[in-house]
Design a protein around this ligand. Structure first.
Ligand SMILES: C[S@@+](CC[C@H](N)C(=O)[O-])C[C@H]1O[C@@H](n2cnc3c(N)ncnc32)[C@H](O)[C@@H]1O
Length: 345
């Protein structure tokens, strides 16, 4: 191929890709700052209450998403490997049950595991639309482009924003059915009240007969759990410190990460991993973008995340309360992790 033919070929491919891709940006930085000046931002709320906390989604800027990909490969982080194994076993069955389907994915990240599902639908020759939703716009864009390259007939309509905003904006399905996929154990980062709101929004976004695929991590030993979130190489610690770097860059702040320690504990009565940043000294920080002064005591803990571990029967009951009836359940040989396929009643 001559250079000119090559350029024409690449431009043609790019144009064709763009026709198959739509990305909606639901969070506008200027709007965000306006909202914040009204004192109702989630960061403001979290850092002015006791105990202080930072909402879970601040883990995921571009750097946070890269660190999460590294976490998924750690020997201690069994979750991704286990869920991948289960998906490999059951993806064809899921595709057969749902038929031609629009897949809406909450927290798609790098969408590596999603490919197992896309391959299964392709093998059945089912039409597909993919609607990924992620707060981390960088990884959402790059994974959408990779998928368009590798799946030449796939249409992608992506939403960069929170689950709550995107679920409100979902257009009616263009295919006979829709499946909302929430894998990666992402639900575990929401406390019980937040999770209920989210599941209720999922149920509202589905028509009767449509599907919800949920990946959850199950109860297991404190030792195994704490190792997964506090690995020997310190990647989880870096992921945790990156939250402060993210706040510094977004809100023009001066948090000094070296003044904090990464702390992880499994709360056995609540069945949840709790991740904190512990202040090594009495210190102050300032977020200029929201004019927020933060005084922190030596030893004070800032809650930066939870990861809840579930029991199957109570999850099944909870989903039923929202009109989501479990059709199928798959687990691994150790019963560490579960994938639940539910149908909207
Ligand atoms: C635990 S990761 C899972 C990623 C991928 N699904 C996987 O299984 O590897 C959670 C993903 O959800 C996104 N996320 C977390 N909270 C979010 C929120 N409130 N709204 C939108 N996206 C969110 C993150 O950016 C991240 O990509």
């Amino acid at each position: 191929m001559s250079l000119q033919e090559n350029i024409q070929h690449n431009l043609g491919a790019l144009l064709q890709q763009q026709q198959r891709l739509k990305i909606e940006y639901l969070i506008n930085y200027k709007t965000l700052l306006k909202t914040i000046s009204k004192n109702d931002s989630d960061v403001m709320k979290g850092l002015t209450q006791i105990p202080k906390s930072i909402p879970m989604h601040y883990r995921y800027d571009d750097r946070g998403s890269q660190l999460f990909e590294k976490i998924c490969e750690l020997p201690e982080y069994y979750l991704t490997r286990t869920e991948t194994g289960i998906l490999q076993q059951c993806a064809s069955e899921i595709a057969r049950i749902t038929g031609a389907c629009e897949i809406v994915e909450l927290g798609s990240g790098n969408a590596v595991k999603t490919r197992i599902l896309l391959d299964a639908y392709n093998q059945l020759g089912s039409s597909l639309r993919y609607l990924p939703i992620d707060i981390s716009a960088g990884i959402l864009q790059s994974s959408a482009l990779d998928l368009l390259n590798d799946y030449p007939s796939l249409q992608v309509h992506a939403f960069a924003g929170t689950f709550e905003l995107a679920l409100e904006k979902l257009p009616p399905s263009r295919l006979p059915s829709r499946m909302i996929s929430f894998i990666g154990s992402t639900l575990s980062g929401f406390d019980s009240e937040q999770a209920d709101k989210l599941i209720s929004q999922v149920a509202t976004a589905l028509q009767s007969g449509e599907y919800f695929l949920l990946g959850i991590d199950l109860h297991k030993s404190k030792k195994q759990l704490e190792a997964a979130y506090n690995d020997a190489q310190g990647v989880n610690a870096e992921f945790n410190f990156n939250i402060l770097k993210h706040l510094n860059s977004k809100f023009v702040g001066n948090f000094e990460t070296s003044n904090f320690e990464h702390v992880v504990t499994y709360n056995e009565s609540l069945h949840q991993i709790e991740v904190y940043l512990r202040s090594c000294q009495k210190q102050k920080a300032y977020l200029r973008g929201i004019n927020l002064n933060i005084a922190i005591e030596a030893g004070e803990l800032i809650v930066t995340g939870i990861a809840r571990k579930f029991e199957l029967s109570s999850m099944e009951e909870k989903l039923r309360l929202f009109g989501l009836e479990m059709l199928k359940l798959w687990t691994d040989a150790n019963q560490w992790y579960a994938l639940l396929l539910c149908q909207r009643q």
